[in-house]
Design a binder for this molecule. Structure first.
Ligand code: KIV
Length: 296
């Protein structure tokens, strides 16, 4: 009997390969994942990149913002994602205050996400002088950096809420300059979050690296979305997301059926149980008093 041919291994998506797809006409697909089963599923679905986002603060840790997320949280989640995947690009978010305090701390924390977590790249929010310096330093140290401008959730308190950014010419010019500066500093791609579609289209035409949109229209080089938003696992669907399945209802209904089965003693059934002879059990019960006596 001849053995089944092994399917060719999918080529590894690296930050360089991801960046080189700019202008190929093939939109890049990125989605968040924070654990082993979801990472396995999204890789099997054929995405190009996984973002271990600090959105995990809200989607899986139950916080009301991304601010409480720590480097330990992201490192552990990234390691779980890395163990589940073989060829998808893994980008780990640098959480709030993991790179704003000093250049050295930023370098060290990014290094942890790569060395401990197995990330292939990190993502930094904003384009301050310090962030640009760190982007250059990390890139030179061999850690590819994805930029992130527009609505940057780590600055929610300064921005005054989660709302569309760059809606006037002054703010749009600042965003265009930020993208230029990030590209010059070495960023291999830039997330554009919640900005007008027309602005994202022009920025995409201008940029030499891929733009990855979330709430930034269809003309970006790629899109990123939060796993829980697409699958109906969150409490609400943000305007920029689309619910492809109501997995929340499916899960709720399945767990309710399990509860009914337990309460009706129809679970576990014979298929989930192991059996031995009644004689063996009788023997065990008659032997137990000997053990009890020897222990007292
Ligand atoms: O943390 C995250 O999920 C993100 C995306 C919204 C881009 O940063």
């Amino acid at each position: 009997m001849s053995a089944m041919p092994t399917p060719p291994a999918a080529p590894k998506m690296t930050a360089t390969a991801f960046s080189a797809l700019k202008g190929s006409g093939r939109p890049l697909v990125m989605i968040t994942a924070y654990d082993h089963p979801s990472a396995r599923l999204v890789e099997e679905a054929g995405v190009d990149a996984i973002l271990v986002g600090d959105s995990m603060g809200m989607t899986v840790l139950g916080h009301s913002s991304t601010l409480p997320v720590t480097v330990d949280d992201i490192a552990r989640a990234t390691a779980a994602v890395a163990r589940a995947t073989t060829h998808t690009l893994i980008v780990a978010d640098m959480p709030f205050m993991s790179y704003q305090v000093s250049y050295e701390e930023g370098m060290r924390n990014a290094g942890r996400l790569v060395a401990e977590g197995g990330a292939h790249a990190v993502k930094l929010e904003g384009a301050s002088a310090a962030t640009l310096l760190l982007t250059r330093g990390l890139t030179e140290a061999g850690i590819p950096v994805m930029g992130h401008v527009g609505l940057t959730p780590q600055s929610v308190n300064a921005l005054g809420g989660y709302r569309t950014q760059a809606k006037d010419a002054t703010a749009a010019a600042k965003l265009i300059a930020e993208c230029d500066a990030l590209e010059q500093a070495g960023a291999f791609a830039i997330v554009l979050e919640c900005i007008p579609a027309e602005l994202a289209e022009r920025v995409t035409e201008r940029a030499g690296v891929p733009t990855i949109g979330i709430g930034a229209g269809v003309a970006c080089d790629g899109q990123v979305q939060v796993f829980h938003d697409l699958l109906g696992l969150g409490e609400f669907v943000p305007r920029h997301a689309k619910r492809y399945v109501d997995a929340g209802s499916i899960i709720r209904e399945a767990v309710a059926r399990y509860a009914d089965d337990v309460r009706g003693r129809s679970f576990p059934g014979d298929e989930q149980s192991t059996h031995v002879s009644g004689e063996m059990i009788d023997e065990a019960f008659s032997a137990v008093h000997v053990l009890n006596r020897s222990q007292s």
